[in-house]
Ligand binder design. Structure first.
Ligand code: F6R
Length: 593
């Protein structure tokens, strides 16, 4: 979703802004803009960053600037709505991520005489700062007055057009970091954006305001008290951000899955890192486990819920954050909450975390970004060690989340339920490797089954049903084939009405107990004309099956059976000539509710 970059004190400010915005492209956006203070230059463009770059001439330069990629929420993707926004007299320039919930009230109360160019809530914010500037002695005071009346989520970068030396920033519920450079400082909504320029970062907490110059950073809380905070170096290598020889990040990230699983085995199981006695004690104390997440992470949570129910005998369920945020279900007396989020910034999940904290319940976040909002705000945090995931469609984060959940559940499991998880996960990693080596076969099968179809169904039972949900999401979000994942037995209760001559039905069979039932469902759809493709565990395979997956522990089977489904989605999308990494309308980091 929207991205912010700002810089003060660097002669190549334009380069930092443009490269930073490029690094944030993966989050999703539909327009972009930059402002350079030194010569008061504002450039905006709708569409890909190339359109913005096309408008940049060598005369556009300076040492102080802000940049933004916008993913439209309030108002269409137009230049008027693109950031940076300026106040009416052009004396303040601002970029904003988040949603200002009371923008209508603010407009009516303070800005009824103002003229606005676009339709965004963000434009209200910069007008508001200009309004308060009239009754303030300096920009910081005006900014603080505006922040005090704004309700909602925000990360702001602000420049005062009469000041060539200062960059202002503030945040509440939307991500923003300060990067500390030698002779310059930067702000960014993600450390990835500016890693080529600095590796030392400072967190800004909710409600805080920052004043940056080339040589200094001052942080203060909402009451105006100065804040001292240690800087940190994120565990990301900027080399991880390159595609290398891969045509798309998604393919690279699919291929990285065995490596991520082996890293989890090493750090969690061989070296005993990450899961602390305090975390285990809190989990043991709980009488239920509630996993909270969205999208792919919710699919991983559903699998985690099976681990806790089956290995630990603790009631466990997976809650959709976007639903639970509005209506919390009834919980047991001592619930424990596990938030799963690749980005650690998903606003729907954070909304639930805030509520969970108000209720006084313990929480853990399992994430790919340990410095993220969810990781910081929950009681415990565990890394999934997958390395940066850039493709919008999540692949390695899904399997790494499941592997970490397995480590956690096994750490809690009574003796009789303990398995040699290090060995089992090593088999999983080897199984993934062998499936990845079948790319060519899978590409041809994707072409054969999905080249022209408008819809498709994934079916399976038990763990295969869980994989079907994720397999269908992968297919639909990047290829735009309308794909649904179904519990195989449910089809005949309604959805089978959609099966007609040639409808692709992709069946996953990994579970010996339910295999014959799923085979029965395959017959039902075949007799109605379905074009059936089967992904089947080696020892359950029959001559007519299309793809065999290696045998692993049944509860861990989603880790292998998802790999062909990811590859099918990838190749079906490629064959349709679409951008695999940046599907339409989607954002990588969904920072609005
Ligand atoms: C789909 C996908 C999304 C995310 C969801 C939650 O491929 O990536 O469904 O899983 O938006 O995001 P995180 O995990 O960052 O909270």
């Amino acid at each position: 979703m929207c991205g912010i970059v700002g810089v003060v004190g660097h002669p190549q400010a334009v380069e930092i802004l443009v490269n930073g915005l490029k690094r944030l492209e993966y989050r999703g956006y539909d327009s972009a803009g930059i402002y350079l203070q030194d010569h008061q230059q504002l450039v905006k463009a709708v569409g890909p960053l190339k359109a913005l770059e096309g408008k940049l001439t060598p005369e556009i330069n300076g040492t102080l600037g802000i940049g933004h990629t916008r993913w439209a929420t309030h108002g269409k993707a137009t230049e008027e709505n693109a950031h940076p926004h300026t106040s009416e007299a052009g004396d303040f320039i601002l970029v904003h991520n988040g949603v200002i919930e009371n923008y209508r009230e603010l407009k009516e109360k303070y800005l009824s005489a103002d003229h606005f160019y676009g339709e965004t809530d963000s434009e209200i914010a910069v007008h508001l700062i200009a309004h308060f500037a009239k009754e303030s002695t300096n920009t910081k005071e005006a900014f603080k007055k505006a922040l005090a009346v704004i309700e909602g989520s925000y990360a702001f970068g602000l420049i005062d057009a009469s000041d060539n030396d200062t960059l202002y920033a503030a945040k509440n519920k939307s991500p923003l970091l300060i990067g500390l450079g030698a002779g310059f400082n930067v702000i960014a909504s993600d450390a990835l954006a500016v890693l080529d320029y600095t590796t030392e970062f400072l967190e800004i907490h909710d409600g805080e305001l920052a004043v940056l110059t080339a040589a200094s950073v001052q942080l203060e809380d909402a009451c105006g008290h100065g804040v001292k905070r240690e800087s940190f170096v994120p565990e990301i290598d900027s080399n991880d951000l390159d595609k290398g020889t891969y045509p798309f990040y998604m393919l690279k990230e699919i291929d990285e899955q065995p490596m991520a699983i082996r890293r989890i085995v090493k750090e969690y199981l061989h070296e005993g890192q990450h899961i602390t006695p305090a975390l285990l004690a809190a989990l043991k104390e709980a009488d239920s486990i509630n996993l909270v997440a969205c999208g792919t992470s919710w699919h991983a949570s559903r699998i985690g819920a099976h681990f806790f129910s089956e290995w630990v005998a603790k009631p466990a369920s997976a809650l959709l954050a976007s639903e639970a945020g509005y209506r919390m279900p009834l919980f047991s007396a001592k619930p424990f909450f596990i938030f799963l989020s690749q980005s650690g910034e998903t606003a729907d999940s954070r909304q639930v975390l805030v509520r969970v904290k108000e209720l006084g319940y313990p929480s853990l976040t399992i994430t790919n970004v340990l410095g993220s909002t969810l990781a910081r705000e929950s009681d415990f945090a565990l890394p999934i060690l997958a390395g940066p995931e850039i493709a919008v469609a999540s692949t390695k984060a899904y399997t790494a989340q499941i592997a970490v959940l397995a480590c956690l559940a096994q750490a809690l499991a009574p003796k009789e339920e303990q398995i040699d998880l290090a060995h089992e996960l090593s088999l999983v990693a080897n199984g993934m490797d062998s499936l990845i080596s079948e790319k060519e076969t899978i590409a041809a099968q994707a072409d054969q089954y999905l080249a022209t179809t408008r819809n498709a169904f994934y079916i399976g039972r038990y763990m295969d049903y869980e994989v079907s949900l994720e397999a269908a999401l992968k297919l639909k979000e990047i290829s735009y084939i309308q794909a649904e994942g179904f519990a195989a037995g449910e089809l005949k209760h309604g959805t089978i009405a959609l099966i007609e001559e040639g409808t692709p039905v992709l069946a996953i069979i990994n579970d010996p107990v339910t295999a014959s039932h799923t085979r029965g469902n395959i017959q039902e759809v075949k007799s109605r004309g379905a074009n059936v493709y089967t992904i089947v565990r080696e020892d359950l395979a029959q001559a007519q099956d299309n793809l065999q997956v290696p045998v692993v522990n049944p509860l861990l089977s989603p880790l292998v059976s998802i790999v062909p489904a990811q590859l099918i989605a990838y190749y079906a999308t490629l064959q349709r000539g679409l951008d695999v990494d940046k599907p339409r309308n989607l954002a990588k980091s969904v920072t609005v509710e």
